[in-house]
Design a protein around this ligand. Structure first.
Ligand code: DC
Length: 232
């Protein structure tokens, strides 16, 4: 296989990571990996098994659960412990606990190992998360850091919930987002920070098409510089 690129897209919740990473991966015909879905899967299982307060048990889940992600019709289908938990990992309860689970060092070590394996196996990958450009793939060819103001991010998440028929106010979402931002950015191990060589894209006032185009332009530039063929 000819050389393909590793593309890292990081940023806080609601910054437009998933939407743009999926579209970029589709354009390039690359594998798309949503690493947040993996932290969510472990959180869901920890809640289900009532072990949230037992870090060793949570680490055990991260080390020994076979998590599978498959991208079907624009959605990441998530399977773990022989269950399809695609819907369940997006619940309010998982939202409220996932940042605390993500702080556990052993959980991160286990999931980062899986993420590297998945990315390296695929050849070309668009991986999104919080620490992809800093920890999972510090050697990524293209690193994008997406940001957006908190009000805009809360409105986007509120719309996602409304589309699914879940009643939740924008204010309530804003509070959860602020709390998650705080925990994700201030944790000791691989906090949410921009890699020094990442390009920041503020998505507050741009359309999805515009943000995808900005990312594709960076990818094209890198591909030309590294003499790698991409079909854009
Ligand atoms: O992208 P998301 O909102 O689905 O991510 C859920 C949580 O998972 C997020 O609040 C922090 C954690 N996470 C992480 O710590 N590292 C990643 N690479 C991806 C997500």
């Amino acid at each position: 296989m000819s050389k393909r690129l590793i593309i890292a897209i990081d940023g806080p919740a609601g910054s437009g990571k998933s939407t743009s990473a999926k579209l970029v991966a589709q354009k390039l015909d690359y594998l798309y990996i949503d690493t947040g879905a993996m932290y969510r899967a472990i959180t869901f299982l920890a809640i289900k098994q009532n072990v949230l307060n037992n870090p060793d048990a949570v680490i055990n889940l991260a080390e020994n659960t076979d998590i599978r992600l498959s991208f079907v019709d624009g959605t990441t289908e998530v399977y773990a412990a022989n269950m399809n938990i695609t819907e369940e990992i997006r619940s309010k309860e998982v939202n409220a606990n996932v940042s605390d689970v993500s702080k556990i060092e052993g959980v991160r070590t286990a999931l980062v190992r899986k993420q590297r394996q998945m990315g390296l196996k695929s050849g070309g990958v668009v991986m999104e998360g919080r620490d992809i450009g800093t920890v999972v793939f510090p050697e990524a060819d293209v690193k994008i850091f997406l940001t957006a103001n908190i009000n805009e991010r809360a409105v986007r998440r509120a719309k996602e919930f409304k589309d699914k028929g879940v009643q939740v106010t924008t204010e309530e979402i804003k509070k959860t987002l602020e709390l998650r931002d705080k925990i994700d950015s201030s944790r000791e191990i691989s906090p949410l920070i921009k890699a020094p060589d990442a390009v920041t894209v503020d998505t507050s006032k741009v359309t999805i098409e515009e943000q995808v185009d900005i990312i594709l332009d960076r990818i094209k530039e890198t591909a030309v510089r590294k003499n790698i063929v991409v079909n854009i």
